[in-house]
Design a protein around this ligand. Sequence first.
Ligand code: NAD
Length: 457
Amino acid sequence: MTEPDLHEVVNPATEEVITTVELAGLAETDAAVARARAAFDTWRRVAPADRARLLRAFAAAVDADREHLAALEVANAGHTIGNARWEAGNARDVIEYYAAAPERLFGRQIPVAGGIDVTFQEPIGVVGVIVPWNFPMPIAAWALAPALAAGNTVIVKPAELTPLTALRLGELALRAGIPEGVLQILPGRGPVVGQRFVTHPDVRKVVFTGSTRVGKEIMASCAAQVKPVTLELGGKSANIVFADADLAKAAATAPYAVFDNAGQDCCARSRILVEASVFEDFMALLEPAVRGVRVGDPADEKTEMGPLISAAHRARVSSYVPDGAAVAFRGSAPDGPGFWYPPTVLAPVRDDDPAFTEEIFGPVVTVVPFRDEQDALRIANATEYGLSGSIWTRDVGRALRVSRGVDAGNLSVNSHSSVRYTTPFGGFKQSGLGRELGPDALDAFTQTKNVFISTEE
Ligand code: NAD
């Protein structure tokens, strides 16, 4: 018998150990895959209306447990209670949205000579879902809900640091009547459990959300079995503010577009690009907005930003703001225990400064001026990332031109919204591959089968 691999789950706002979770090893992973493979044979045959009913029951169980799920995320990930409630509600909404899918997974009938031709959207099999620590609930739900709806079975590997809400979702699924083996939650280490999803021949699809570095390794390894993969990776998104915009609103909202979830958001607008003619005006409006961000106890209803996830991550974030860095101004953060880091604005920055080019994944934003529309697009697109972005202007034509010109998957005009469960989400360039949410996600969990039926005598 080998010793169990125990992981202490830490509250990032207090540094206290909340609980201990046993991490699965290779043998447990293989056993989970075998269960999922066996369950697939029956789950895919559950009548569409019954699969839909079970998913609606699952959504209802999540709905009834929202306060508990939110409290778990406040404690485990340091998310503000307001955000955590939204996240639990988002998990419910996503499951409910895809509960409608089993009865609407239409194929096509294609005109051909000599018979009829129909297509079927077949499930793929066992899906392995690898989740990062920054949004444990929504990211798990975005994959598991459409995958289950399409008739696949699912194993979710939460991030080592944040397993608690995923484990709870697994319990709620069972309580709602989803059969054993259809959805399993398997806490474990990335290079052990996550890697096994990639190498195990019975895992037929991998969904990975996390860093671009690990995503590339997973994509390369999946090639050995021609295993399809959905990747949601990093970002370095631009918030482009034109001189004709509602500057007060653009400045008041900019901090929340990057400091929300303490900047640990793949869609964080961590590069603010401001038309040169209004640069000083914008900075004057931005300063009080940044200083006004309420950083503190995430369980307090008034708090707007909590701690970073870990001491190691705080050290990484701090490395982008070395002594002598061009800090224009910054907000506050509590002293004492907890992995706190204040909202920080860097300006001016050179265009080769790592703070301007690399994903920091913390509450640090850079602000740079641009000359005109072409210059704004040049700067916005001078990155290998392409996840999201915002455009602030009152000129509708410009809003559309710039939206079409920015190489990113999720843009918003005069707002910072990236995610709606009814609309597709995903990255351009090295920010990802494939789309989650909305009608598009089902494509990632089905394969098209074409059947020709001869009508000749
Ligand atoms: P990470 O890549 O270190 O880890 C993500 C997950 O992968 C974890 O569950 C980890 O255990 C697992 N993992 C690590 N090594 C592995 C391996 N060799 N094989 C298989 N699995 C492995 O990322 P992180 O630090 O947890 O998350 C932060 C990153 O996630 C950021 O870059 C962020 O931008 C990205 N992210 C992207 C999106 C999106 O939708 N595009 C959403 C959230 C986070």
